[in-house]
Design a protein around this ligand. Structure first.
Ligand SMILES: *[C@@H]1O[C@H](CO)[C@@H](O)[C@H](O)[C@H]1NC(C)=O
Ligand SMILES: *[C@@H]1O[C@H](CO)[C@@H](O)[C@H](O)[C@H]1NC(C)=O
Ligand SMILES: *[C@@H]1O[C@H](CO)[C@@H](O)[C@H](O)[C@H]1NC(C)=O
Ligand SMILES: *[C@@H]1O[C@H](CO)[C@@H](O)[C@H](O)[C@H]1NC(C)=O
Ligand SMILES: *[C@@H]1O[C@H](CO)[C@@H](O)[C@H](O)[C@H]1NC(C)=O
Length: 565
């Protein structure tokens, strides 16, 4: 960990008479003002039109968007506003923060039908969050996850948590299988930790930093790069993508033999930790980060099948709107597309004559790896690519199947990506001709969590525009979007760089932006939350297998009815 010194001057350590102190303070302020003004000028000179007045307080660059998109962005940001959360102060201490070990949940009894639960019912659970004195909290904003499981049946479904903003929450679940169902509630973060995360994303969006190597012959130099590059006196190289307008900057190398054109690689640099001791206590493994909350009374119920024929389990039947559930380890959709099971033969049959383009982070690469392994005759092209960023191609010539993978552009947190391999998904999509035998899978999420949400929103908007162009020229193209997932949070590093609180918001943004479009969703969020395997940034093979089944069910929806004939 590298504790970088920030440019804040430390005047308070100087012993000066009062007037001298004030004068010095004034001078420093004026100097800082002039400096920041000069830096802004310098930034503007690097031709970044995104520095429009309302973004002035941030040192991040935001891709310019249309006024229509801007309205949409405002609407989305408003719709996902998190409740106001407390800060740790001298009066409001760590002991006043949410404590999972004192918090409990209660299953609310079924009203009517002799108190018996049936498939198709909705289960409600009341969660009361308390502090370290075991006093109930009076404000909301805690990050909670809830699921309903039966480990023997390998069944599971995710719940939705409603915040009543007074320290109490309700989790709601659809009842979708017969037998035992056990409620699991997890406190991901106390609300006080959200205050910290929120502050970090506006004040320290560069806490993960990036580097580029510049080289010319035997001369080389590494400099810092970012979307959110702190103003400094050093000149900046503007690597903003001309086509998408996606901003990216690096400090210009100091060595005179090097200039901006000499950039050869991109990598994810160090993590800068800037937290108070009391703030760090809000992110403790097994204490208040991803810690289970226990039940008062029983944590499970028994669900029966109604005698009056089968119940339709479509998501519009249940208020909870779960997109699916596991039964015997197999994901079943509650939506329109029935999920089929694809063994190797079925994968080949489905993908014969097709090309599957995958774009995104390493969780999308898991899909590529899965198909590459499942298809017997593939040969990966470009295997020696150490950054594992792609471009990769797995080709099964016998069956005329092509699967490709490319990682998304900066701020991708991969190591040593050659500049030639960096790309933006929107630009890649523009080179896809598309059609009924083309499948496009897109997943972008975790590498954006440390930045202001607008950066993610605008990246997705640019991808969405490219998807619209693709669907306009080739309406039969199968476009599938994968959401983010819950994951393991063990360390402060995990929390500050990829907390589920960020992911939850990203998930909502993604769904809002692609709503109503002719694209399909792999609801990876629910598919991990509902599964009994532990949450991991890279979900385990049984979960990926189910995700692949969802992807292929969108690709080959007819196979099922053919099989049924
Ligand atoms: C903290 O408590 C003191 C006295 O108990 C009070 O004067 C002060 O306003 C409180 N500060 C905050 C931030 O609540
Ligand atoms: C913190 O908890 C203590 C003990 O319950 C309580 O007296 C105090 O009022 C709480 N502080 C705040 C700001 O709620
Ligand atoms: C919190 O709000 C909910 C919903 O308004 C209400 O039912 C509940 O009684 C409240 N709890 C407390 C402790 O005030
Ligand atoms: C940058 O350096 C390259 C050689 O390394 C040179 O060809 C080019 O002219 C330089 N560009 C500028 C703008 O100085
Ligand atoms: C609430 O859960 C805690 C453990 O998390 C347990 O010690 C406590 O007894 C529970 N409270 C009740 C009323 O059951």
């Amino acid at each position: 960990m590298n504790n970088q010194s920030r440019s804040t001057p430390k005047v308070n350590s100087l012993f000066l008479p009062r007037r001298g102190f004030l004068l010095l303070l004034l001078t420093v302020c004026v100097m800082l003002y002039i400096l920041s003004w000069m830096n802004n000028l310098q930034f503007q000179k690097t031709a970044n039109p995104a520095f429009i007045p309302q973004e002035h307080q941030s040192f991040c660059a935001f891709r310019p968007i249309s006024s229509k998109e801007s309205l949409e962005e405002k609407k989305i940001l408003k719709s996902i506003t998190w409740p106001k959360t407390p800060s740790i102060t001298s009066n409001y201490t760590f002991e006043n923060s949410s404590n999972p070990l004192c918090s409990n949940f209660t299953i609310l009894p079924k009203v009517g039908e002799g108190g018996q639960w049936y498939i198709g019912d909705q289960l409600e659970v009341s969660i009361i969050i308390k502090d370290y004195y075991c006093y109930p909290k009076t404000s909301g904003g805690d990050v909670l996850l809830a699921s309903l499981k039966n480990r023997d049946l390998q069944a599971g479904v995710s719940g939705q948590v409603v915040d009543h903003l007074n320290g109490s929450y309700t989790a709601v679940f659809p009842l979708v299988w017969e037998g035992q169902a056990e409620v699991e509630v997890t406190l991901v973060h106390p609300s006080e930790a959200v205050t910290v995360l929120q502050r970090l994303n506006s004040e320290e969006p560069d806490r993960i930093n990036y580097r580029s190597i510049f080289r010319s012959g035997s001369v080389s130099e590494t400099t810092e790069c970012n979307i959110c590059l702190r103003p400094s006196k050093r000149p900046v190289c503007d690597f903003t993508d001309v086509r998408t307008g996606e901003p990216w900057f690096c400090l210009k190398p100091k060595k005179t033999k090097l200039n901006c054109t000499n950039r050869i690689s991109h990598k994810y640099g160090v993590f800068v930790l800037n937290l108070q001791k009391e703030e760090k206590r809000l992110f403790q493994d097994k204490i208040n980060m991803k810690t289970p909350i226990l039940a008062v009374g029983s944590s499970s119920i028994t669900v029966y099948q109604r005698k009056t024929g089968p119940v339709m389990l479509r998501s519009n039947n249940v208020k909870t709107a779960a997109s699916g559930f596991y039964y015997k380890g197999v994901w079943k959709s509650l939506g329109i597309t029935e999920v089929q099971q694809f063994d190797t033969a079925a994968i080949i049959q489905c993908l014969k004559g097709k090309v599957v383009h995958m774009y995104g982070d390493s969780t999308i690469r898991q899909f590529f790896d899965y198909l590459n392994k499942a298809l017997p005759n593939t040969k990966i092209i470009n295997r020696q690519n150490l950054a594992r960023c792609g471009p990769f191609k797995a080709e099964d010539r016998k069956n005329n199947i092509l699967v490709t993978y490319r990682c998304h552009g900066p701020p991708i947190r991969f190591l040593n990506v050659p500049i030639q391999d960096l790309c933006y998904i929107a630009n890649e999509l523009d080179s896809v001709s598309g059609g009924a035998s083309t499948v496009v899978l897109i997943g972008v999420w975790i590498h954006f969590t440390s930045f202001p949400l607008k950066i993610y929103i605008r990246r997705l908007m640019s991808i969405r525009s490219a998807v619209r162009r693709l669907l306009a020229r080739a309406p039969d193209t199968i476009v599938v979007i994968k959401t983010g997932t819950p994951q393991e949070l063990r360390t402060l590093f995990d929390a500050l760089t990829m907390s589920e609180w960020f992911s939850l918001k990203h998930d909502k943004v993604l769904r809002a932006l692609f709503k109503g479009m002719n694209v399909h969703l792999v609801d990876a969020w629910e598919m991990v939350l509902a599964h009994q395997l532990p949450h991991k940034i890279h979900p385990e093979p049984p979960i990926i297998k189910n995700m692949i089944n969802v992807l292929l069910s969108y690709t080959c929806p007819k196979m099922h009815s053919e099989n049924n004939l």
